[in-house]
Design a protein around this ligand. Structure first.
Ligand code: ZN
Length: 448
C-alpha cells in the first residue's frame, strides 16, 4: 500500500530527475548536494597528501560527468586489518540523441531541423510527437581560457513529428524509423535560417556566437514526471534508468552512518555506450580514487590491495519488471514486480556480477533492514544486458552484487516504476552502507 512517506520519497526523486537533464547536470547536481553536506572537493590534478582525515567527507569529479564521493569513518583507519570500502555504483547517463558538430539540416521547404545521432540503445518511436529540448555542456572561449558552461534551455524547443498514417498505411504493422532521415527534430518552420541554432546556444551560454568552440548537447524529453494509478502505485518519468538508482544510492549514502569503513558512492557516465571511456565504469577512475585516498590516509600500497579483498560493491541499475501484456518474455520463476522491493540480478555468463557469496551478503543485509528482495534472471533462451559491476571489476576487483529497482519500458523516453520502490531501495542501500561487513576471503563474512 502506498503511504504518504512513499509519495514524499518519489517527489524527491522527481525533483532530482528534473535537475539532471544531461549527465553533466547529473554530476553538477550531485556535487551541489555533496557540498551542501560539507563534502570537500578533491581535484584529480592536485596532491591529496595531508588533505584527508578520519571522519572526513570528500568527492572527486572526472570530465564533469562522473562523480565518486567517499566518507572516511572515524575508526576506519585505526586497524589496517579492518580497513576496507563499502561501495555503491549507478550511472548518470540515459539513452538519448546527441547533436552533431555541424548541427543543422537546412530545409526542405524552409524548415530547419537538427542533425542528431543515437547515444545508447533507445526505443526510437518513444521520441516522436512530444516536446523536446537540449541540454549538456558548451565549451566557450573566455579570454585566453576555454571554459565549460552547462546549458539546459527551460522551454519546448524541438519536436520529431510522426508521418500521418494516410501517407504510411503500414505503420501499425511494424514501425522501423531510419535514424538518419526519420528522427531529425524540427526546430523552425521558416522563421530561422542556417546558423540560428549556434546563435541560440551562445545566448543560452551567455556568450557571443564567436566564443562557442564546441558542445556536447543531447535531446531531453520535456514530458513532466507523473505519479499515477488507481492507488498512486506508479511513477512515470524520463530517465528512471538509472537516475532512480543514482537518487536512492545518493540518499542512502548521505544518510548512512558507519564509523568502521570507507563508504563510497559512485555515479558513472557512459554506461549506455559501453562504459569504456576515461570517466566510465571501466576506466581507472574508481581505482585511482580508492588508491589515492588510501595513500593519503597513510597506508602502504599493499594496504590498498588488502582493502579491496575485504570490500564489497553494490552495482545499482534498474531491472525489468514483468510487463502485464507480455509475461511470456520473462523467466518462469526469476521475475520481479513493481513495488515489491529491491531486485538482485544474476546471470551465469557473469554479465551481472552477482554470485552466491555476494547475493548471500546482500540478502542478509536486506533481511536485517526488513526490505524484501526479489530475484531476476533472463529467460534461458534470451540474451540479457550487462551493467556496471562486471565492468568496474576489471580495474578494481572486489566482491560485487548487481541490484536495481523494478521498472517497465526500459530505454523508452518515458519509463515507469513503482512508487514504493524508491523508499525500499533507499532503505536497503542505507542498510548496506551501515552494515559492518567484514569479509574473510570468499568464504565467510561477519556482521557486527
Ligand atoms: Zn541502466
Amino acid at each position: 500500500m502506498v503511504t504518504e512517506e512513499d509519495i514524499q520519497a518519489v517527489q524527491g526523486l522527481i525533483s532530482f530527475i528534473e535537475s539532471c537533464p544531461s549527465m553533466f547536470h547529473t554530476a553538477s547536481t550531485i556535487a551541489a548536494r555533496l557540498e551542501a553536506q560539507g563534502f570537500v572537493r578533491l581535484p584529480e590534478g592536485a596532491s591529496w597528501q595531508g588533505k584527508l582525515e578520519p571522519g572526513g567527507c570528500y568527492y572527486v569529479v572526472r570530465n564533469g560527468s562522473s562523480v565518486i564521493a567517499f566518507k572516511v569513518g572515524e575508526r576506519a583507519v585505526d586497524d589496517p586489518d579492518r580497513y576496507h570500502f563499502q561501495l555503491t555504483a549507478a550511472h548518470g547517463d540515459s539513452p538519448t540523441f546527441k547533436v552533431k558538430a555541424a548541427p543543422e539540416l537546412d530545409g526542405p521547404e524552409g524548415t530547419l531541423r537538427l542533425n542528431v545521432e543515437a547515444y545508447g540503445g533507445m526505443i526510437d518511436y518513444t521520441w516522436f510527437d512530444r516536446p523536446l529540448s537540449v541540454a549538456g555542456r558548451v565549451l566557450v572561449r573566455a579570454g585566453d581560457r576555454v571554459e565549460s558552461r552547462l546549458v539546459a534551455p527551460d522551454r519546448d524547443l524541438l519536436l520529431i513529428p510522426s508521418l500521418a498514417i494516410h501517407l504510411d498505411r503500414g505503420v501499425n504493422d511494424g514501425f522501423s524509423p531510419n535514424r538518419a532521415s526519420d528522427l531529425c527534430p524540427l526546430v523552425s518552420a521558416g522563421e530561422l535560417g542556417a546558423g540560428s541554432f549556434d546563435t541560440f546556444v551562445a545566448e543560452e551560454a551567455g556568450v557571443e556566437p564567436g566564443q562557442v568552440l564546441a558542445r556536447d548537447l543531447f535531446l531531453v524529453n520535456r514530458q513532466p514526471a507523473r505519479v499515477w494509478g488507481a492507488a498512486r502505485e506508479f511513477v512515470s518519468s524520463p530517465k528512471l534508468d538509472d537516475l532512480m538508482c543514482v537518487y536512492t544510492s545518493l540518499t542512502a549514502f548521505l544518510a548512512a552512518r558507519n564509523p568502521g569503513c570507507v563508504q563510497v558512492f559512485c555515479c558513472f557516465d557512459n554506461e549506455e555506450v559501453g562504459s569504456n571511456t576515461k570517466q566510465g565504469a571501466m576506466s581507472t577512475f574508481l581505482p585511482d580514487v580508492l588508491a589515492r585516498a588510501t595513500a593519503a590516509l597513510g597506508f602502504a600500497p599493499e594496504d590498498y590491495r588488502r582493502a579491496l579483498a575485504k570490500s564489497m560493491l553494490v552495482s545499482c541499475d534498474n531491472a525489468h519488471a514483468v510487463h502485464p501484456n507480455k509475461p511470456e518474455k520473462y523467466d518462469a520463476g526469476n521475475r520481479c514486480r513493481l513495488n515489491c522491493g529491491i531486485v538482485v540480478k544474476e546471470a551465469a555468463n557473469q554479465h551481472y556480477c552477482t554470485d552466491a557469496f555476494s547475493r548471500a551478503v546482500f540478502r542478509a543485509v536486506c533481511e536485517r533492514a526488513g526490505v524484501p528482495c526479489q530475484s531476476f534472471a533472463n529467460r534461458s533462451d534470451m540474451a540479457g544486458g550487462s551493467t556496471l559491476g562486471n565492468l568496474s571489476n576489471i580495474q578494481a576487483s572486489m566482491h560485487a552484487v548487481d541490484v536495481g529497482c523494478a521498472q517497465l519500458a526500459m530505454h523508452s523516453s518515458y519509463e515507469t516504476a513503482g512508487v514504493c520502490d524508491v523508499r525500499l531501495a533507499t532503505r536497503a542501500l542505507q542498510a548496506f552502507f551501515e552494515a559492518d561487513v567484514r569479509i574473510d576471503g570468499a568464504e565467510a563474512v561477519t556482521f557486527a
